[in-house]
Structures are given as structure tokens and as C-alpha cells.
Design a protein. Structure first.
Length: 177
């Protein structure tokens, strides 16, 4: 039988697993607002949510989300092999594979995404603080970085589509041809 995958089912599963892991698009949109509101004065939370929704439509983003959540759940169940189990459980600083998976999302809208991701990953505002809490019984080693990456990509998307129009340069300011 020929392999066939229903893209709508992948998108639906992605949203369902985000819900099961208590991640709401509104919370990701708040991260986008945090990253972009000082650069785009008329930016609304609705604009940010729309950008998050567009990022979530991309198959490579869906693949990263499903993979990361699955790895987090396997770790919660103790089903990863040693020493990987302990590295993921403790979000080992030198592990880095969680960030590598997140970078596949960050890169979608260009290099500005890396700056956004690094900034938000360091500060861990909003939902990222909750996902990074090691005392709630859940493991979000992959998901916290994935959520930050979605916010970074959505922020980059906004930056690319809503950059302020600069006023025309005065002839005297123009460089010589």
C-alpha cells in the first residue's frame, strides 16, 4: 500500500497536543507582543495571534512540535535510554538538541529569528517561565524551546511584513551614484 499522510490530520494533532500540554496560542501571541511592540507601535495582540497561527500552519513547525512533545512525554514516562533519560529530564545545559529542534522553526523567517529566540530564551517571560518550571510534574525540555521558537518565528514574520515605512531621503542625504 502506498504511503499517504493527511496534512489536515497532522495540523489537527499538533493543535491537540499543544492543548494537552496546556499551551494556548494566546500565550504564544503574548510573547510575540513582548518581542515586537516597541518596534511596531500599532501592533495588536490579534495581529500577534494571527502571525502565530500562520507559523503553526507550516508542516516543518508541526513536525518539530509533535517530535518535541513526544520526546518530553517519553521522558516523563521514563522510557528514554540512559543517559538520555537523565539529560532530557534535567534539561542538561550541554545537551542542546532541544534548541537544535527549535532552530528548525526559528529559521523559517530568516536570521532575525535567531536574535528573537536567544533574547526570549534567556528572559523566559510568560508561558516560558511556566514551561521551564521543573516542579510541576511535567517535563518540557523540548516544548519550552519550541514555544519560544514559534514566538520568535511569528515575531520575525511580523517584522518582515510590518516594517515601518521610512520617510523618503532628502536629495542632499542621498549617496552619490
Amino acid at each position: 500500500m502506498k504511503y499517504s499522510l493527511d496534512s489536515a490530520k497532522v495540523a489537527e494533532a499538533t493543535r491537540e497536543w499543544l492543548r494537552k500540554r496546556n499551551v494556548r496560542t494566546e500565550e504564544i501571541a503574548e510573547l510575540v507582543m513582548f518581542l515586537q511592540n516597541q518596534y511596531i507601535p500599532d501592533l495588536t495582540l490579534a495581529d500577534c495571534k494571527e502571525s502565530v497561527e500562520r507559523v503553526l500552519e507550516k508542516r516543518e513547525v508541526q513536525n518539530a512540535i509533535l517530535t518535541g512533545i513526544q520526546l518530553d512525554i517519553l521522558c516523563e514516562r521514563g522510557e528514554l535510554f540512559a543517559p538520555l533519560q537523565e539529560m532530557v529530564k534535567n534539561d542538561e545545559g550541554l545537551y542542546g538538541v532541544d534548541e537544535i529542534l527549535a532552530m528548525s522553526i526559528v529559521n523559517i523567517y530568516g536570521t532575525i529569528g535567531y536574535t528573537n529566540f536567544g533574547y526570549i530564551d534567556k528572559l523566559k517571560p510568560g508561558i516560558l517561565e511556566r514551561l521551564n518550571d521543573k516542579n510541576d510534574g511535567y517535563i518540557h525540555t523540548f516544548l519550552d524551546d519550541i514555544v519560544g521558537a514559534i514566538a520568535a518565528a511569528a515575531s520575525s514574520r511580523i517584522a518582515h511584513t510590518r516594517t515601518a515605512v521610512l520617510p523618503p531621503r532628502d536629495e542632499a542625504e542621498s549617496p552619490a551614484p
